[in-house]
Write a protein of this length. Structure first.
Lengths: 259, 256
């Protein structure tokens, strides 16, 4: 456990000094520009646009950071040969993988928290009345990040280049928002196509479970009522199982990999 | 007593391209016995299998055939890996961490207790004369400094066995001399040193024995007294051995 913690801790540190720093700068710039742009609208409209735009930007930057950090996790480590000095110590490959994975998650969560604080501060300056549903949206984004990081880590070991890993992960992320449509399409197709459609429905992560950004205007009590606790618990369980399976498969590849 | 032993150690790299399987020999039937407390060097031309041998000893590569034993325990073994300190040919580190943070990380992974880590870091940084630079980031260090950080991490957990891959290549004369003195000092402390090199002049100055690798095969093992007794020293023996060794180029491409 101590070794996993050590790897996670230094992964967070490295990412903060490297990738996160630039992501946060871009986020601040983007939000600053958006504030200038939306200020012409004024009142409720300006607030609403700032809220939606900010949340979308947080999700986009978190996603980009997750994918790039996760893909480069193993690929860069192999390319730079930094992995040599870790694996030639009494450290199992699964400890290494879990440590790195949690390190990336913490680093991304930290950046989400920082971006959210900045975003909320800006909204409060514009006289926004604070909504608990904001945290609910950020909380669900955390599970999206968990899923996409698991997938990205898997692809980074499975494929041979960063570009292909990033492309595969983006493809999964995109399809993950249309799984219900895929299921619906499958039910309308003939029996020959139904099974592949079903297979993809289960294979691709279902991000619909964590998509509450568009319903933030409902307010926390309504949002919670709409989602209900059973649904939320199942969604959390789904994210945990899906990312564990991803890590398990990644470890299968990693344990056979030579350096 | 042998501290490292290999039995018929063989590594064949297999690469599949467009349905064709290409096999390249790394090392073949390597039978090595490294004695406790000695300096053993592996000599060979570029591509002769020196780094492959080291990676097989460390578990970074899996043997196609044969076994590696360290302290009579079959490798890979997490407990035994703890006894080994490794310095790769080029130092590969996380550039955004400081020397201190990097050594802390390696210390944790080498199972050094939290109380001991800072003391050990101080000691190894003193050995490599980097005490003042401990808070510098890796990205700010010169090649020579990186090599010294590499030595520090290899010695951090006081290993019984030190495995260095080409430790003098790329070093200036002062660096080479410092490395030589360090290896002799480690030997005095009772450590077993295994290193690869193609710089014969250095090998003959400090080694007790040297193994000559040619195209993946261990052609002979030479004792220190042999090269001292011979005019032309180890270089002459090496060149003679390489010339007379049978040519064993890459294996024929196999059909898929």
């Amino acid at each position: 456990m101590k070794k996993i913690f050590a790897i996670s801790y230094y992964t967070v540190k490295e990412n903060i000094r490297n990738k996160i720093f630039y992501v946060l700068i871009f986020f601040v710039l983007l939000i600053f520009l958006a504030t200038l742009l939306f200020s012409v609208l004024g009142g409720e409209q300006e607030l609403r646009l700032l809220l939606d735009f900010g949340l979308a930007a947080i999700e986009l930057f978190a996603l980009l950071l997750t994918i790039f950090a996760s893909v480069t996790l193993v690929l860069e480590e192999i390319e730079n040969k930094t992995i040599y000095l870790l694996l030639t110590r009494p450290l199992s490959r699964v400890e290494y993988l879990v440590g790195r994975y949690f390190g990336i998650l913490f680093a991304v969560y930290l950046s989400i928290a920082t971006m959210s604080i900045g975003h909320i501060s800006l909204l409060l300056l514009k006289k926004w009345s604070f909504e608990l549903s904001y945290f609910f949206v950020i909380f669900s984004l955390g599970f999206k990040v968990m899923l996409i990081s698991g997938i990205a880590v898997f692809f980074s070991l499975f494929s041979t280049s960063a570009i292909s890993s990033i492309s595969f992960t983006f493809f999964f992320w995109l399809l993950g928002h249309f799984t219900e449509e895929l299921k619906f399409l499958g039910s309308k197709l003939n029996i020959f196509w139904q099974y592949p459609a079903k297979f993809f429905f289960y294979l691709i992560p279902n991000f619909q479970y964590f998509n509450f950004r568009d319903r933030i205007q409902l307010g926390f009590p309504l949002l919670l009522k709409e989602a209900n606790m059973n649904f939320i618990s199942l969604a959390i369980l789904y994210a945990l199982v899906y990312s564990t399976v991803c890590l398990f498969l990644t470890n299968l590849f990693l344990s056979r990999k030579e350096f | 007593m042998d501290i490292i032993r290999t039995e018929n150690l063989t590594k064949i790299y297999r690469k599949r391209h467009l349905g064709k399987l290409k096999e390249t020999l790394g090392v073949r039937n390597l039978n090595l016995e490294i004695r406790e407390g000695e300096i053993f060097s592996l000599l060979g031309l570029n591509g002769s299998g020196k780094t492959t041998t080291i990676k097989l000893l460390l578990g970074l590569l899996f043997p196609t055939q044969g076994r590696v034993y360290i302290r009579e325990k079959l490798m890979p073994n997490k407990e035994i890996v703890r006894l080994v300190g490794y310095l790769p040919e080029l130092p590969y580190f996380y550039k955004y961490l400081t020397i201190d943070e990097l050594l802390n990380l390696y210390g944790c992974l080498s199972e050094i207790t939290s109380q001991e880590i800072s003391q050990r870091i101080r000691q190894v940084l003193k050995i490599v004369a980097l005490e003042k630079e401990r808070n510098k980031r890796i990205a700010e260090l010169s090649r020579g400094m990186l090599q010294r950080v590499g030595i520090a991490q290899a010695l951090l957990h006081s290993p019984e066995i030190v495995i260095f891959d080409e430790p003098v290549s790329g070093l200036d004369p002062v660096g080479i001399r410092e490395m030589r003195e360090l290896l002799l000092k480690l030997k005095k402390e009772g450590k077993t040193i295994f290193f690869s090199s193609h710089i014969i002049s250095e090998v003959e100055k400090i080694s007790d024995r040297a193994g000559i690798l040619d195209q993946g095969e261990l052609v002979c093992i030479v004792e220190q007294k042999d090269w001292f007794a011979r005019e032309g020293g180890l270089e002459e023996i090496f060149l003679e051995t390489i010339k007379s060794a049978p040519t064993v180029f890459a294996l024929e491409p196999a059909q898929a």
